[in-house]
Unconditional design. Structure first.
Lengths: 250, 293
C-alpha cells in the first residue's frame, strides 16, 4: 500500500529540552492513525512539525513522494495537509459560509485575487455550501461562527477541512469539550473523512473509545518518543503501553 | 443651536481625519500584531507628496489638482508603507519589542530627513478657493472643508469595508485578524495579505495627511507624531482590527473633543483621555475589538 505520509527520525528540541526524538512512522493512504499519549507526550508538537508551525530539529517528512520538511505552513497546506487545532480553529466573526469559503477558495486557487468579487466564484460557493451540508450545518450558513454551540464549532472545523481538498488531515483533539451525547455524530463525520472522502486521517484524542472505534492503527507517544505503532487490539494488549499510559486496570 | 451644529460638524470632520489615521493602524495591528509607531510618518509623507503635487506639478489649485494631491499622497504613503513592511517589518514578525523600536526609529528618521530637507516651519497647503467658503445650515455657518473631510473619509470607509466584505483577499484579511495561524494552516500565504494591509493603511494615512494639512493650516515634518497619538487612542477605543470600530471611535473622540473644548473651556484632550481610561477599564478589547492574538 502506498504511503501518504512518512516521517523519519523526526525530532524537536527547544532550549535544550527534547520535545520529540527519533519519531519514525508511515501512514498509508486512506488510513486513520490514532495518536495517543499522556499530556506532554508530544502529540500536538508532532502535529506542529507536520503542519510546519514548528521547524523540526532533526529528521524528514514526506507527503507521498514529496519532501515537505522545509516548506512553510501555507506551502504544506497547499501540498495537501490540513489540520485543526486543540482550541477552536474557526473564525468566530465570519459567517459559517465564509469560514468554509476561505478554505474552498484556497483549494480553488487565486485566493488573493483583488480584482474579482468573491461572489463571482460560484463553484467556490457551491463547494462551501456542499461541505456545510455534509456536516449538517447548511441551514446555519449565514450565522456568525462564534454563535455556534461547541459541538457545531467542531463540525464546522471538519467542514473547513473537507473544503480544503487536502489528502492528509490532522485532527487535534476534535472531541475536546464535546458533550457525551454529541460525540457519536461527530465520530461518524470523522469516520466519513476516510470512508467517503478517501482522506488519510491522523487524530490525536484522549477519548480512548473514540480512538479505538475510529483508528486502523494507533501510535503511542511517551516523553517525546514513539513507544509503539500497531493495531488497536495489539496496542491495548501491549504491557509497555499499559504501564506507560493506559493504566494497569485496562 | 447654530453653535451646537457648528461644533457637531467640526467634531465629525475632526473625527473623519482621526479615522483616516486610525483605520490603517487598526488593521495593521489586528492582522499582524505590529504596533506601528511609524504610521505618523506615512501621514507626513502623504502630506509632503500632496504639497509637492499642489505647488510644483499643478501650481494653480483647482478641485482636480487637490484630488490629484490626495491620490498622490495616498499612493506615496502606501508605497512607503509597503517598502517598510518588505524591508523591515517582514524580518521582525512576532518580535514585538523589536518592531516597536524599529518603527519608532523609522518615524524619527523620516521626520528628521524631512526637517533637514524642507525645514521645520509649517508650509501652507494650497487649496481651491471654494475651500475658504462656508455654507449656511439653519442659522449655522459651517466651513465647507468640514464636508470634504467627512466625504473623503466616508468614501475610504466604504471602499475599505467593501474590500474586506466583498473580495477574496478581504475575506483572508478578516480571517487573519481573527486567527492568523489558521489562515496559514489553510494554505494561504498570509504575508501577501500583510503587504496589502500595509499599503491600504498607508494609503489612508497619506490621504489623511493631505486633509490634515488643510485642517491644521500647514504641512510640517512633525505633524505625524501629534496625530499618531490620537490615532492610537481611536484604535484602542474602537477595538484593534475593526474598521467599523475605528470609524465609530473616531467620531466619538472627535465630537467629544470639540464639545468639551467649547463647553468645558479647552478640556477636550482631557475628556478624550477620560474616555480612553473608561474604555480600558470597562472593555479593554475596545468597542468592536476582534483581535485574538
Amino acid at each position: 500500500m502506498n504511503s501518504a505520509l512518512t516521517v523519519s527520525n523526526l525530532g524537536l528540541t527547544i532550549g535544550g529540552a527534547k520535545i520529540l526524538e527519533g519519531i519514525t512512522l508511515s501512514v498509508n493512504q486512506n488510513e486513520t492513525l490514532g495518536i495517543i499519549g499522556p499530556n506532554g507526550a508530544g502529540k500536538t508538537s508532532l502535529f506542529n512539525l507536520l503542519s510546519g508551525l514548528r521547524e523540526a530539529t532533526t529528521g524528514t517528512i514526506h507527503l507521498g513522494e514529496k519532501e515537505i520538511t522545509n516548506l512553510k505552513p501555507h506551502q504544506r497546506a497547499q501540498a495537501g495537509i490540513a489540520r485543526t487545532f486543540q482550541t477552536s480553529s474557526i473564525f468566530p466573526f465570519l459567517t459559517l459560509l465564509e469560514n468554509v469559503r476561505i478554505a474552498a477558495q484556497v483549494a480553488d486557487g487565486s485566493s488573493m485575487n483583488l480584482t474579482k468579487g468573491a461572489d463571482k466564484y460560484k463553484e467556490v460557493l457551491y463547494r462551501a455550501s456542499a461541505c456545510l451540508e455534509q456536516v449538517g450545518l447548511l441551514n446555519k450558513g449565514a450565522l456568525f461562527a462564534g454563535a455556534l454551540s461547541h459541538g457545531d464549532k467542531r463540525r464546522l472545523e471538519i467542514a473547513i477541512v473537507l473544503a480544503s481538498k487536502s489528502d492528509v488531515v490532522l485532527l487535534d483533539e476534535p472531541m475536546a469539550g464535546m458533550s457525551v451525547e454529541n460525540i457519536p455524530a461527530l465520530v461518524e463525520i470523522i469516520r466519513s473523512l476516510a470512508t467517503v472522502h478517501k482522506k488519510t486521517v491522523l487524530i490525536v484524542e484522549h477519548h480512548m473509545e473514540v480512538i479505538l472505534g475510529l483508528a486502523d492503527r494507533i501510535a503511542v507517544l511517551n516523553y517525546g518518543e514513539l513507544l509503539t505503532i500497531d493495531t488497536p487490539q495489539n496496542v491495548m494488549d501491549n504491557p509497555t503501553v499499559q504501564s506507560a499510559y493506559l493504566g494497569a486496570e485496562l | 443651536m447654530s453653535t451646537f451644529l457648528l461644533i457637531l460638524l467640526t467634531g465629525v470632520g475632526l473625527g473623519a481625519l482621526y479615522f483616516l489615521v486610525a483605520s490603517g493602524l487598526s488593521l495593521i495591528y489586528g492582522l499582524m500584531g505590529v504596533l506601528n509607531f511609524a504610521h505618523g510618518a506615512f501621514l507626513t509623507i502623504g502630506a509632503f507628496t500632496g504639497l509637492w503635487i499642489s505647488t510644483k506639478v499643478f501650481p494653480n489649485p483647482t478641485t482636480w489638482t487637490f484630488i490629484a494631491a490626495m491620490i498622490a499622497g495616498g499612493i506615496a504613503a502606501g508605497l512607503f508603507a509597503l517598502l517598510m513592511e518588505q524591508l523591515v517589518i517582514n524580518r521582525l514578525y512576532n518580535r514585538h519589542i523589536d518592531q516597536a523600536l524599529v518603527t519608532v526609529g523609522v518615524g524619527l528618521v523620516v521626520t528628521a530627513l524631512l526637517a533637514g530637507w524642507f525645514g521645520s516651519d509649517a508650509r501652507l497647503f494650497p487649496t481651491p478657493l471654494w475651500f475658504m467658503k462656508a455654507v449656511t445650515i439653519g442659522e449655522a455657518i459651517i466651513p465647507i472643508d468640514r464636508f470634504v473631510y467627512i466625504g473623503v473619509a466616508t468614501i475610504l470607509l466604504i471602499a475599505m469595508l467593501s474590500i474586506l466584505r466583498f473580495t477574496r483577499i478581504g475575506l483572508i484579511i478578516r480571517a487573519g485578524v481573527e486567527n492568523r495561524s489558521m489562515v496559514s494552516a489553510l494554505g494561504i500565504n498570509v504575508r501577501l495579505a500583510f503587504s496589502t494591509v500595509f499599503f491600504i493603511g498607508g494609503f489612508a494615512a497619506g490621504v489623511g495627511g493631505v486633509l490634515i494639512s488643510v485642517f491644521s493650516y500647514g504641512v510640517s515634518p512633525q505633524m505625524g507624531g501629534s496625530w499618531l497619538i490620537y490615532g492610537f487612542i481611536v484604535v484602542v477605543v474602537g477595538g484593534m482590527g475593526s474598521i467599523t470600530g475605528s470609524a465609530i471611535a473616531a467620531m466619538l473622540i472627535g465630537v467629544t473633543n470639540q464639545f468639551a473644548n467649547y463647553y468645558l473651556t479647552g478640556l477636550g484632550d482631557f475628556v478624550v483621555v477620560i474616555i480612553l481610561a473608561a474604555v480600558l477599564l470597562t472593555k479593554p478589547s475596545g468597542l468592536l475589538g476582534k483581535v485574538n492574538h
